[in-house]
Design a protein around this ligand. Structure first.
Ligand code: DLL
Length: 439
């Protein structure tokens, strides 16, 4: 755990009493619903269908009566039909590639960009960033929100920004060293790649580099991966969460306690629902995360189903913030593989792999169907040391991983140990699953 002091960007908003926050959320929610009903025909029709009028929504408790929104809505009403403002008010388009067809795009007003920048300023501050820091943005700068989000937050704080975007790994490291970069923003998979390349270049973090923290997100990663990255780079590795439809990165973030991500609750309301029934679940229970934006004016989202799986808590955090926290995302309802009837989340397998000596955190899960039965192959890279070990030892490790996965997940898999550097490296969001059954 870091010994650095907790910094808070906006104590007035991040440390308000739960009662005060509840009142603020309630009035902002009522206003958002009124606006959405007036300005977005699709949502008005959906509310009418359920027999709900904006004046029925008085506060957070009434959220449960409102209809959900889904990613498919952004596709069906692409690109502008969900705007709740004139098109001329939109100053930015951001998007997410998704797996098929058109990207998901969201329009942001000046207000929305401002709110997002504030949320990212809070996020970076929680990782210890001040105006004296140098922030390297190695998330892609483009339609993807990662790059612009990190840039805006650091700019709001007044830190020195190095807007590298993703890729060009050796150059990233040269800049990190020459400019004395203290804070790194990129995906955890790219941070792993950067860390390995730093070592290969003969540089020692803590000696040759001034890095003290990283704000990593945009893809699921495990607690084991956090510990691995902290050791590899000699930093505090903070988890940051967000999505294009809500605001990009900064919706929620780790403070240096790293015990869940503080949600910017004066701007969004989070709920956990049972993905099968849509019913709200109490704090502490795991389910699907749903967000309602309460200050967004361009494309507000009401009860937006993220398909991300986590739990919430409003227990006090030692950092002093009073906001509720979301746990690490353990997977998405749609990246869950069902192998011979058993639910398998890639994160469960990542946990096993990172705990195993001799393999590197570069892996791929390949599902297939052979003779009408599901199969799962786990390809994972060996470290150089392991690669040059005896065949018998390598086989022992392979068998150990197979047994561990069987005991944690409950299924038999084919584990293939790959040579060092055999797996593709990611500069953005890593692709960890290939499901040949869907082809
Ligand atoms: O990934 C925004 C972002 C950029 C977040 C940089 C953090 C850092 P999208 O491309 O719209 O936006 O993808 C959103 O990515 O629904 C999650 O499934 C996943 N995701 C984002 N952050 C995390 C995280 C950005 N910390 C989707 N842990 C979300 C796990 C994450 N999954």
């Amino acid at each position: 755990m870091s010994k650095r002091a907790h910094l808070i960007y906006n104590p007035e908003k991040e440390c308000m009493s739960r009662d005060e926050l509840h009142a603020l959320q309630s009035s902002r929610l009522a206003e958002t619903v009124r606006r959405e009903y007036e300005c977005v025909p699709m949502y008005r029709a959906r509310m009418d269908e359920k027999g709900i009028r904006p004046e029925d929504i008085h506060g957070v408790e009434d959220l449960q009566y409102l209809p959900f929104m889904e990613k498919t809505d952004l596709r069906d009403y692409y690109p502008f039909e969900l705007l709740a403002c004139p098109r001329s008010e939109i100053v930015r388009i951001q998007g997410s590639s998704g797996t098929t067809g058109k990207p998901i795009v969201s329009g942001y007003t000046r207000n929305d960009v401002d709110v997002w920048s504030e949320m990212m300023a809070r996020t970076l501050t929680a990782a210890g960033c001040t105006k004296d820091d140098t922030v390297q943005v190695a998330y892609g700068l483009g339609l993807f929100t990662g790059g612009f989000g990190a840039y805006q937050g650091a700019d709001r704080i007044g830190a020195m920004v190095v807007p590298m975007s993703s890729g060009n790994t050796q150059r990233q490291i040269m800049m990190m060293k020459d400019l004395g970069v203290t804070l790194l923003c990129c995906t955890p998979s790219y941070a792993t790649f950067l860390g390995e390349t730093i070592r290969e270049m003969g540089l020692v973090p803590g000696k040759d580099l001034k890095l003290k923290a990283g704000c990593f997100g945009a893809e699921p990663w495990t607690e084991e991966m956090r510990v691995h990255l902290e050791e590899l780079l000699g930093i505090d590795a903070c988890d940051i969460y967000g999505l294009t439809e809500i605001a990009g990165p900064g919706v929620a973030f780790n403070c240096l306690e790293k015990n869940g991500m503080h949600i910017n609750e004066d701007h969004v309301i989070a709920e956990i629902i049972d993905p099968a029934t849509g019913k709200q679940l109490p704090y502490g229970e795991k389910g699907e995360l749903v967000f309602t934006t309460i200050t967004k004016t361009g494309m507000p989202m009401i009860r937006y189903r993220t398909h991300d799986i986590c739990s919430l808590t409003d227990e006090r955090c030692a950092c002093g913030r009073t906001t509720a926290r979301m746990s690490r995302i353990t997977g998405r309802t749609d990246d869950m593989l069902i192998i011979r009837g058993v639910n398998v989340f890639p994160s469960q397998i990542e946990t096993v792999l990172i705990r195993t000596q001799g393999v590197a955190p570069h892996y791929m899960l390949i599902a297939d169907r052979v003779n009408h039965s599901d199969t799962l192959e786990v390809q994972v890279e060996m470290t150089e040391d392991m690669f040059s070990d005896t065949v018998a030892h390598i086989e022992n490790v392979r068998r150990y991983i197979t047994e561990q996965i069987k005991s944690v997940v409950g299924i038999s898999t084919k584990v293939t140990l790959m040579a060092p550097k055999a797996m593709p490296r990611s500069e953005g969001k890593a692709k960890r699953v290939i499901d040949n059954r869907k082809l």
